[in-house]
Ligand binder design. Structure first.
Ligand code: BGC
Length: 745
């Protein structure tokens, strides 16, 4: 038998050569196929551009709000036929945004628009419909509302993001709205900023990894239709750290910090093949980004190598006149934006773009070549998406798709919610009698937050019928007879009445936080939780019943010093459709919490510092980045590193032993930081994340978790010109507070 399979050395060599040749051939053939495809697309696009009039070209660069072509100018999906014809046939508009409705209405609406573009125009160029599906397909009425990114990022689990992207893609595809203005990959370093909840937190690596996975998954080609939806990385750059904390107000970010912390997530998005990038509406270091060729062309195009479509934020060319006061009129503003490098003007309501560009062309202040560059990128995007072959949304779709994702929504929330404090009260005993109160206790809109079925997301009656509130979910989990809801107004009365009301209960659940808001609607001047909520905390704590706070909020609202009055605190963020169930199951112990903060939770309203702070910055958060408790007790020991001296391209391996010393199975996240002892080009952060892994351990189980770093990749940092430098000297790796030193030589 043995002999039958034995082969000689020369036969073996032959086999190896043969396999290598086959591999080479496959490689060459694939390269050829790609080249043929590129050649085909280049020829197709160049032929098309050669036939286009200047009006048709400018139309491609113009994006209008859907309200310009709907009945009565509202966001509902009822077309105004003559306006639609005018937009497409007279102005040659290439894309539209925003609207809200049922899937069937979306499908029908987009189909009608595409019919005009495909059947009645000279060149049959399909339009693109853009949409802000930022937490699930949130502009489709039946959609599964997923947790917002700030909650999802606390999962420290890229597979959660992949799932979120897949659900969003699958629910969006049949609508025909193929360009998503997501993900936000801005860095959340300012807790006041009202778009904090749309981000993946304060760390550049975590944000890069979450953004990357989202984009890769979202843009995957659908095998049935051949369509690949597009995503947009936004908002380039510096939007998230306005000095005043208010939305769209100026940011002042030193260029070294910009390169080291804010740019990497956009770089990762570009490397992941993101097809569009949206610009920051605000100004950075004294220049509105929409008018900055340094930011748009020099950094985004040249340094990051982005070849896709650069799109303005809504009406932002006009804002150069009315808000930034850097242009005196539309013509000047358009010239500034085109010189900066913009491709699509999200003009929303005006058709004037075309008129002024033509005037600029006539005067010779811009060249048609410049217009062609943008048009080429836009058409290339449409081509890559498969729109030319398949412009219409699918004819038949499976409406049960939404119902199938409801459990996933619970699962995503369960993996992400963070237990911040537990004085032994959680999990609650079976059959506990619970009083639940606070503004988030019996509301769906609070769990879902902004961008839910409408921009603001504040309408309670628009929330999904089957979605339980926290109170309802607690009733299902603990037994309806055991759970009572009181609106907070019923408890803000005199002490005796409160004592009487509260007497039958074992614990009080206080669902606190923020009502839904989006963008500037969420501007606040005090990060402290609103006074009425703090009064409620004081009142409830004074009854001596154990109090558990659940924070349903889009940013870390300060709760110190009232945290000491509470036996347990949970950060739910904006957990979406499954939030109530996930929270109830965490309280009962059915789910062992495993989220970790993707940001530093401030203890004081005027002291907002990220964990990657400088040595001289004071860091005293209520809970630091990476913090999160579990019902399990994990112990970390025996941190080993492979070498004490490494060179630029060496691999330093490391391992740590983790044990679950409890009777609960649970997930733990191993978070790896490094530190550089002395910075030579710039001062270095006290800590910086370079890897993380989420592991699952059964009771008493031990495992060894391994990681690695390569100095040139992980330890180098950008100068204020953006060039990476790797400095020699002493470094440390750290996990769970255990450190080891090593030298880079
Ligand atoms: C927001 C963008 C969004 C756009 C389109 C703007 O107000 O800043 O993030 O994509 O509206 O809805």
């Amino acid at each position: 038998m043995k002999k039958k399979f034995a082969i000689s050395n020369s036969q073996m060599l032959c086999l190896i050569w043969r396999n290598m040749l086959i591999l080479l051939l496959i490689f060459l053939l694939q390269g050829c196929k790609k080249n043929v495809e590129n050649k085909h697309s280049n020829k197709f696009l160049e032929d098309l551009i050669a036939q286009m009039t200047i009006d048709e070209k400018i139309g491609q660069m113009t994006q209008l709000c859907l309200s310009t072509i709907t009945l009565n100018g509202n966001k509902e999906l009822i077309l105004n036929d003559s306006l639609l014809r005018e937009a497409i046939l007279t102005y040659h508009i290439g894309s539209f945004i925003s609207g809200t409705g049922n899937l069937a209405d979306w499908n029908d609406f987009v189909r009608k628009i595409q019919h005009i573009a495909m059947d009645e125009t000279r060149l049959h160029i399909p339009v693109i419909i853009g949409i802000d599906h930022v937490h699930g397909a949130n502009y489709i009425n039946e959609a599964t509302i997923l947790p917002h990114n700030i909650t999802l990022s606390c999962s420290f689990d890229t597979s959660a993001l992949r799932l979120a992207a897949r659900i969003t893609r699958d629910e969006t595809l049949p609508s025909g709205a193929y360009l998503n203005f997501a993900p936000v990959v801005d860095l959340a370093v300012n807790s006041y900023w009202p778009r904090f909840y749309e981000t993946f937190g304060e760390d550049p690596l975590l944000t890069s990894m979450m953004g990357k996975v989202y984009i890769e998954e979202y843009q995957k080609k659908d095998p049935a239709t051949g369509i690949s939806l597009s995503s947009t990385a936004k908002h380039f750059i510096g939007y998230s750290d306005p000095k005043s904390g208010f939305d769209r107000t100026p940011a002042y970010i030193p260029t070294q910090i910009l390169y080291e912390f804010h740019i990497p997530s956009f770089k990762a998005a570009v490397q992941s093949g993101v097809r569009a990038v949206m610009l920051n509406s605000g100004e950075l270091n004294g220049y509105p980004v929409h008018a900055s060729s340094h930011v748009v062309t020099e950094i985004l195009r040249k340094q990051l190598g982005f070849q896709g479509v650069i799109i303005s934020d809504i009406k932002d060319i006009d804002k150069l006149i009315d808000e930034h006061h850097i242009a005196r009129n539309r013509k000047e503003a358009i010239k500034l934006a085109l010189d900066a490098g913009l491709d699509i003007n999200m003009a929303c309501t005006t058709f004037e773009f075309s008129h002024w560009i033509k005037e600029l062309l006539n005067e010779g202040s811009i060249k048609e070549k410049r217009i062609d560059e943008s048009v080429r990128r836009i058409l290339q995007m449409k081509y890559e998406m498969g729109l030319f072959d398949n412009p219409y949304p699918v004819l038949s779709f499976d409406s049960s798709i939404f119902a199938r994702h409801r459990n996933d929504a619970v699962n995503l929330a369960s993996r992400s919610i963070v237990l911040l404090k537990n004085k032994g009260i959680l999990p609650l005993k079976k059959g506990s009698r619970l009083l639940v109160t606070g503004p988030a206790a019996h509301s769906k809109s609070w769990l879902n937050g902004g961008w839910t079925f409408e921009w603001l997301g504040a309408q309670e009656d628009k929330q999904p019928a089957g979605m339980p509130t926290l109170f309802e979910a607690l009733g299902n989990e603990f037994g309806k007879q055991n759970v009572t809801w009181y609106p907070e107004s019923d408890l803000l009365c005199n002490e005796n009445t409160v004592q009487r009301k509260i007497a039958p209960f074992d614990a009080v659940i206080l669902a606190l936080g923020e009502p839904p808001y989006s963008e500037f609607k969420g501007n606040i001047s005090d990060l402290l939780l609103p006074e009425e909520q703090l009064t409620l905390v004081r009142k409830m704590a004074a009854t001596k019943k154990p109090c558990i706070a659940i924070l349903v909020e889009g940013r870390p609202r300060v709760i110190c010093p009232y945290d000491s009055l509470l036996q347990a605190i949970i950060f739910a963020g904006l957990p979406g459709y499954g939030g109530g169930i996930a929270l109830a199951e965490i309280l009962s112990g059915k789910t062992n919490p495993s989220g970790k903060l993707s940001f530093s939770y401030p203890s004081a309203t005027g002291h907002i510092v990220a964990y990657h702070r400088k040595q001289t910055e004071k860091y005293f958060p209520a809970w630091p980045f990476g913090y999160g408790l579990s019902y399990s007790t994990f112990t970390f020991k025996d941190l080993q590193i492979s070498d004490s001296i490494v060179h630029a391209d060496d691999t330093l391996s490391m391992s740590i032993t983790v044990t679950n010393n409890s009777k609960f199975s649970g997930y733990e996240t191993v978070i790896w930081f490094f530190q550089q002892e002395y910075g030579q080009t710039a001062t270095r952060p006290v800590q910086k994340l370079f890897a993380f892994q989420k592991i699952f351990l059964k009771p008493a189980e031990t495992t060894t978790v391994k990681s690695f770093l390569i100095p040139s990749q992980h330890l180098s940092y950008p100068s204020d010109k953006g060039n990476l430098v790797l400095e020699k000297g002493r470094f440390f790796v750290e996990t769970a507070g255990i450190k080891r030193q090593f030298y880079v030589q």
